[in-house]
Design a protein around this ligand. Sequence first.
Ligand code: NAP
Length: 365
Amino acid sequence: MASAAATSSTATMFGTAAAASDGCSRRVFVTTTVQVRASRSSPAFLRTSRAIKTYSSCSNSSVVNAALVTEVSAKVIDGKATAKEIREEIAAEISKMKESSGVVPGLAVILVGERKDSATYVRNKKKACESVGIKSYEVHLAEDCSEQEILQHISAFNDDPAVNGILVQLPLPSNMNEQNILNAVCIEKDVDGFSPLNIGRLAMRDREPLFVPCTPKGCIELLHRYGVPIKGKRAVVIGRSNIVGMPAALLLQREDATVTVVHSRTKNPEAITREADIVITAVGQPNMVRGSWIKPGAVVIDVGINPFEDTSCSRGYRLVGDVCYEEASKIASAITPVPGGVGPMTIAMLLSNTLSATKRAYNLE
Ligand code: NAP
């Protein structure tokens, strides 16, 4: 595993970024090793329904403090490699579990409608399950199915001992009551961790949630595996959604960071973000967080996955994060790329939650 990302301004930092493998011509960042002097101390989900944004281009680096733009390049927090490592650990554990107890974890996914992005996510989750030895069960219902039909399937999965985790692929058709449907999943199988009981436990001291929502769990796992200290650090989470921003802030606070949440009504988000040793962004605005928002040496975890118009790509767009990578990677000490950062971690954490659910169900802890 890669060694700890240093947040100190006197640390030696290494930076690499791979060439794009998505059919887009992309700038290739060159690996650089430089010493940062102390004087400088004074970042799935392509929603096809969402218009491709050209919010802002990163190419204008004039907003970056010129003194900070040098050959320095942040360590790349490689979510793809880390997720692969986690999948291998999970596969080994499942194999041992099967051998010793005969138990095979099971994950059920309910997909409603014909959204292509949702179908892709479900396909990827099935593939990931197969790759680690989790049996997957899928129900695909028509867009015009009744809520009652969905609830019947959930109820059947709740009662099925071969199913340890249940996931309802979101978004559901707009005429459906998402809350009613999600609430029908029994807490012991809520591997998405979205139930109010899980979130409530996450927010309370000395309480343990049964599951932590996958994406924020993946963010914290990346910080841990890259040795980024959290305790006592200042953290800023940009975004307060129920599925990413809010639980990410709760997780950081549980690890003794001092946490500020920035949202759409926050005044002067740039100055607030610049105070942070750790920045987690979950906004959905391409390249919103510029280099000038980043404190030198900060660690940046970019959850955003946004389509960004690019005529050099065969499909006419590429995926970018909420953070202007080109700028931020010259100032941060470590940063996740998009794609290849938090995205792969989300599915790995789903597999991890399904394994935990199985161990709990069979008392195999
Ligand atoms: P969401 O539900 O739309 O929430 C967006 C949050 O960002 C809201 O809290 C909103 O503030 C805040 N926000 C919007 N514009 C802002 C601005 N200009 N300044 C500051 N805050 C602003 O989005 P989400 O579901 O959390 O997803 C966020 C991003 O992460 C998207 O790009 C999504 O595709 C991606 N995502 C990735 C993964 C993954 O596995 N990598 C998983 C989930 C989501 P208000 O609360 O004030 O409206």
